[in-house]
Design a protein around this ligand. Structure first.
Ligand code: ZN
Length: 172
């Protein structure tokens, strides 16, 4: 397994719609494994392929104390309820905001071998899946905020991002 580079907002791959996965095979399995390792290593609970620079509809996630999961070509078919909860994102590290999400969703997806399955998710798991599915549409969590909060959050991110780029340069 290998750790992948996480792309930061607003790189293009994070703001465009990802393409459906059509090739199921060892390359997809390897990508999913590497994404899981990258997510664990970064102490994230979810990661979408565009975040590692791959514009494909694949995401991995793992609830605290839960089992790792991979969702290929996921579609949220039903959603209900609405609750605010704090979210962060590995593509905008150190930035957090309260985002409204559905509390119960039904998702249809494929596994790494192309087998279709359905999943019902509640609360935190439902939140993770909605956040990651947004990435496949080129949406990041600040896009879900009201315009004033979004502006504030993106300003904070700009400051953090400059700092991150600077420290990365110093490490070279
Ligand atoms: Zn994210």
């Amino acid at each position: 397994m290998a750790k992948l580079k996480i792309h930061y907002y607003p790189e293009k791959v994070l703001t465009q719609k990802a393409q459906p996965v059509t090739d199921f095979g060892p390359a997809l399995e390897k990508l999913a494994e590497d994404m899981l390792e990258t997510m664990d290593d970064s102490e994230g609970v979810g990661l979408a392929a565009p975040q590692v620079g791959v514009s494909k509809r694949l995401l991995v996630l793992c609830e605290p104390e839960g089992e790792p999961m991979c969702l290929v070509n996921p579609e949220i078919e039903e959603s209900e309820g609405r609750e605010y909860g704090e979210e962060g994102c590995l593509s905008l590290p150190q930035i957090y905001a309260r985002v409204a999400r559905a509390t119960r969703i039904k998702v249809r997806a494929q596994d790494l071998f192309g087998e279709p399955f359905e999943l019902e998710a509640h609360d935190f798991l439902a939140r993770i899946i909605q956040h990651e599915c947004d990435h496949l549409e080129g949406i990041v969590f600040p896009d879900r905020l009201d315009v004033f909060t979004k502006e504030e959050v993106l300003e904070q991110w700009e400051t953090v991002r400059k700092g991150l780029t600077r420290s990365a340069r110093q490490r070279v």
